[in-house]
Design a protein. Structure first.
Lengths: 246, 232
């Protein structure tokens, strides 16, 4: 992990829906090549943060810069936007085969043919689903569907992989598999990973740094060891201990 | 029952006998309804997709208008088109009344609300999170819309079938604006009305059977478009 290179920079960032502030971050830097876990109770603004990092929404106020470019409240150009992708908590797959679902990100980029086929096969084998390539995506179990979602994200070789509770409601086998893939992708391709999770143990297992969101505010962000062993904020400590009721 | 059977026999005879007048009527019916349906698809599918996917001020009003259009009596649309194209009407100088063009205009107005309305319903039935996830995978707004329409393809094909059914079987508006002129604006439905009035029930039945058969064949072809390769 190269801790120096900043890929995202949020400054005086505010998101307001119907006069309600759903996310307010005075300052947050995300480094290229790191795994940043974002933890916090439901409704803290974790998913809102991810949608902004994927440029699916624009901040109401303040700045969000990506690779030192500030798009001033508008979505960045397509080639920049395509460097980032998200694996959602509840993936919606196309009513096509598993392989066709994985192919989608490539086909919208105009990539078809032999090379694309090979990339799809690699992505499927990475998530252990090569045998299901021709199966209908609608027949998959929850864990398999989530792995297809991961494969369709990985196949486009994103610089930034955003993950929104990717293992919520999954069995331990699938959780372990997905966690291993996250670590591998981060180490092999230096992919920046921002992982939203309500599971503090997952953050502890995977992340280089961990951020704590509470009531739409960023309370603390620091390296994962410090976060769990000696957090500065008493609320972080309470959350880590499991004392916080949510 | 006798008329039905005789009609069926005569229909087979007419088809096998390659009756040129009959083929002209069939061809003309398919031509005007085909062109009208094409216009309806061109307008209706984008409009339906837009209404189904976008939130904007006045959307409910637009939807109410569309639903009204779906249930609008075709003969009233015929009357409206008639008045528009009649000599003293606003576009009377075009001279389209009692020509295939007037029929196409009327049939387009009849069928496009059905195509748009059913497309809208089909698109609204698709998981709203799909679009965001496709955009996140790098799709442009246009690519995401196309993929959403493809997901809704079963409903979109139903929209086209409904649009086609509403005009291939329509008679009131076609008679009003087309005039049922032999060799010029006579369709299968207007021919049926005429032959029934003349008391030629066998021929009328034969034409009815042919109309049903053609509609059936076309729908069979459209079902293939739905591409239900994942029947479980």
């Amino acid at each position: 992990m190269s801790a120096d290179k900043i890929i995202y920079n949020l400054n005086n960032f505010t998101k307001v829906y119907n006069d309600r502030t759903v996310l307010k971050i005075d300052h947050l830097e995300i480094y290229a090549g790191e795994i940043l876990a974002v933890v916090g109770p439901s409704g803290a603004g974790k998913s809102t943060l991810l949608r902004h990092l994927n440029f699916l929404e624009q901040p109401s106020e303040g700045h969000l810069t990506f690779e030192n470019n500030n798009w001033n409240g508008s979505a960045p150009p397509l080639d920049v936007r395509r460097k980032v992708t998200t694996v959602f908590q509840r993936p919606v797959l196309l009513n096509r085969s598993v392989a066709a679902n994985v192919a989608y990100g490539l086909s919208v980029r105009g990539k078809r043919g032999e090379l694309a086929e090979q990339a799809i096969a690699r992505a499927l084998s990475q998530v252990g689903l090569e045998d299901l390539a021709k199966a209908s995506a609608r027949t998959l179990s929850g864990g398999e569907a989530q792995r297809v979602a991961l494969a369709r994200a990985l196949v486009v070789k994103p610089d930034v992989l955003l993950m929104d509770e990717p293992t919520a409601n999954l069995d331990p086998y699938n959780v372990k598999l997905i966690e291993q893939i996250i670590t591998t992708v981060n180490q092999k391709h230096n992919t920046t990973v921002v992982l939203v999770t309500h599971n503090v143990f997952q953050a502890k297992r995977l992340a280089h740094r961990t951020a704590f969101l509470l009531d739409s505010r960023l309370i603390e962000v620091t390296d994962t060891l410090t976060f769990f062993n000696s957090p500065k904020d008493s609320r972080t400590a309470a959350f880590v201990r499991g004392d916080m009721i949510y | 029952m006798k008329a039905l059977l005789e009609g069926l026999v005569q229909a087979i005879g007419l088809i096998i006998g390659l009756d040129p007048d009959l083929y002209e009527i069939i061809w003309f019916s398919l031509y005007v309804s085909g062109v009208a349906l094409s216009f309806s698809i061109l307008v209706g599918i984008p409009l339906g997709a837009f209404l189904g996917l976008k939130q904007f001020l006045g959307r409910r009003f637009m939807m109410a208008l569309l639903y009204t259009g779906m249930g609008f009596p075709p003969v009233v649309i015929g009357l409206f088109v008639y008045l528009m194209f009649s000599r003293s009407g606003p576009v009377g100088t075009l001279g389209w009344l009692f020509t295939p063009r007037a029929i196409i205009v009327a049939q387009t107005i009849i069928s496009f609300p059905l195509v748009a309305g059913f497309t809208m319903a089909a698109v609204m039935g698709i998981d709203p999170n799909l679009r965001q996830q496709l955009v996140s995978l790098g799709a442009t707004a246009w690519q995401a819309t196309l993929a959403t329409l493809a997901e809704a393809r079963i409903g979109v094909v139903v929209a086209i079938i409904a649009g086609f059914g509403s005009i291939i079987s329509e008679v009131g508006a076609v008679i009003l604006v087309g005039g049922n002129i032999e060799g010029k604006t006579r369709t299968l439905t207007t021919a049926i009305v005429l032959e029934t009035r003349k008391g030629n029930f066998d021929l009328a039945m034969a034409l009815g059977v042919i109309l049903l058969f053609i509609t059936f064949l076309i729908n069979l072809a459209m079902i293939r478009l739905q591409g239900r390769e994942f029947i479980r």
